[in-house]
Design a protein around this ligand. Structure first.
Ligand code: GTP
Ligand code: MG
Length: 344
């Protein structure tokens, strides 16, 4: 790319959808690990952030993503729970997102939380694509591990591919019932006006190259101006989780969506009763590609810029709340920052 990649903000991609439709599995496939540590086959109960650098995106997407065509540092995926009782977490994930993936099980089709997620995306006007997941479960499917969708389509019998088409057109019909004009992604010209549907399998990896290529294209094309805003300014983020951590006391897992945070910054965090003013003791980063909420081995970093998932260790965080704002003070007036946190 022509820009310095570090000057562009990583797009935040929320992954939304009905329970069990395969959101975590899809991220897991992208992360490349087979088992979701501590959560294999279980219901997701938190929001988790997974950073995927550009070189990893392009190595998975192969010919579909040429890293030289992109100025973006990568993608930050936000996993959300699909269980009906976690509406707040879904809205929070949706609110953080620049773009989104709505995961729909091809067999199960539209379900209550699919509609709820659509509503969140509609209200926040977040551009999104639909991942029509579990294509490998179409009876008679001939799996081609990690293949782009056109290659694996060609390898299916007519009966199998028309069976898949039927399910895909049902999803396209459901989207149109909700006033979204949608089509298979390779027929979509303008992804802001039309919703692209990408057939995928989180199990076999088929279509995952296409999914990443479309996400990169969508980010580059429609988010760029916004992402070139001041990425070096005092950081702004949201608390995902408040957690006890051995050796660090109470810590907060945050998604930083703007600016930077440094290991010696003063920060203001939304608290149970009033904003908490505290000094960062350590910024703890999970290993690359690991998920912030499951990774137990951290690396201390001096500074990190948006968008990222990061664990912040600091005194007095016991009253911090999930969903609350976090703001770095640095060269700003403390009172002003406290007022902003109080107002959010
Ligand atoms: P919640 O977080 O609870 O909303 O569920 P989720 O959307 O994250 O679903 P998860 O990834 O946990 O997957 C649910 C089940 O579907 C697991 O048993 C997965 O192994 C299975 N699954 C997910 N994707 C695929 C797929 O592409 N093909 C097949 N055959 N199974 C899949
Ligand atoms: Mg999940």
């Amino acid at each position: 790319g022509s820009h310095d990649p570090t000057s562009l903000r990583t797009p935040i991609v929320a992954v939304l959808g009905h329970v069990d439709h395969g959101k975590t599995s899809l991220l897991d496939k992208i992360r490349g690990s087979a088992v979701i540590e501590g959560e294999a086959g279980a219901i997701t109960q938190h929001i988790g952030a997974t950073a995927v650098p550009l070189d990893v995106v392009s190595s998975i997407a192969g010919d579909l993503v040429d890293p030289d065509d992109f100025d973006l540092p990568g993608l930050l995926f936000i996993d959300t729970p699909g269980h009906h009782s976690f509406t707040t977490l879904r809205s929070r994930g949706g609110a953080l997102a620049d773009i989104a993936i709505l995961v729909v099980d091809v067999n199960d089709g539209f379900q209550p939380q699919t509609l709820e997620a659509l509503d969140i995306l509609k209200r926040s006007q977040t551009p999104f694509i639909v991942a029509a997941n579990k294509i490998d479960t179409v009876p008679g499917w001939n799996a081609n591990e990690d293949s782009p969708i056109n290659a694996t389509y060609e390898a299916q019998s007519d009966r199998v591919s028309s069976r898949l088409d039927e399910s895909l057109y049902e999803i396209i019909g459901n989207l149109s019932d909700e006033d979204f004009s949608a089509d298979l992604y390779w027929r979509v010209q303008n992804f802001q006006r039309n919703v692209g549907v990408v057939p995928v399998s989180a199990m076999t990896g088929e279509g995952v190259p296409d999914l990443l290529a479309v996400m990169m294209g969508l980010s580059q094309r429609y988010m760029k101006e916004e992402m070139e805003i001041d990425v070096q300014g005092p950081g702004v983020g949201t608390v995902l989780e408040v957690k006890e951590e051995k050796g660090f006391g109470t810590t907060i897992d945050i998604v930083l969506y703007d600016g930077t945070i440094k290991a010696d910054d003063k920060v203001v965090v939304g608290g149970m009763n009033q904003p908490i003013v505290t000094d960062v003791r350590a910024l703890l980063q999970p290993r690359p590609l690991a998920e912030i909420r499951t990774e137990s081995r951290f690396e201390k970093v001096d500074e990190i810029s948006a968008a990222s998932g990061i664990k912040v260790a600091a005194p007095d965080l016991a009253d911090a709340m999930a969903g609350a704002p976090v703001r770095v003070v640095r060269n700003r007036e403390l009172d002003e920052v406290v007022d902003e946190v109080e107002a959010e």
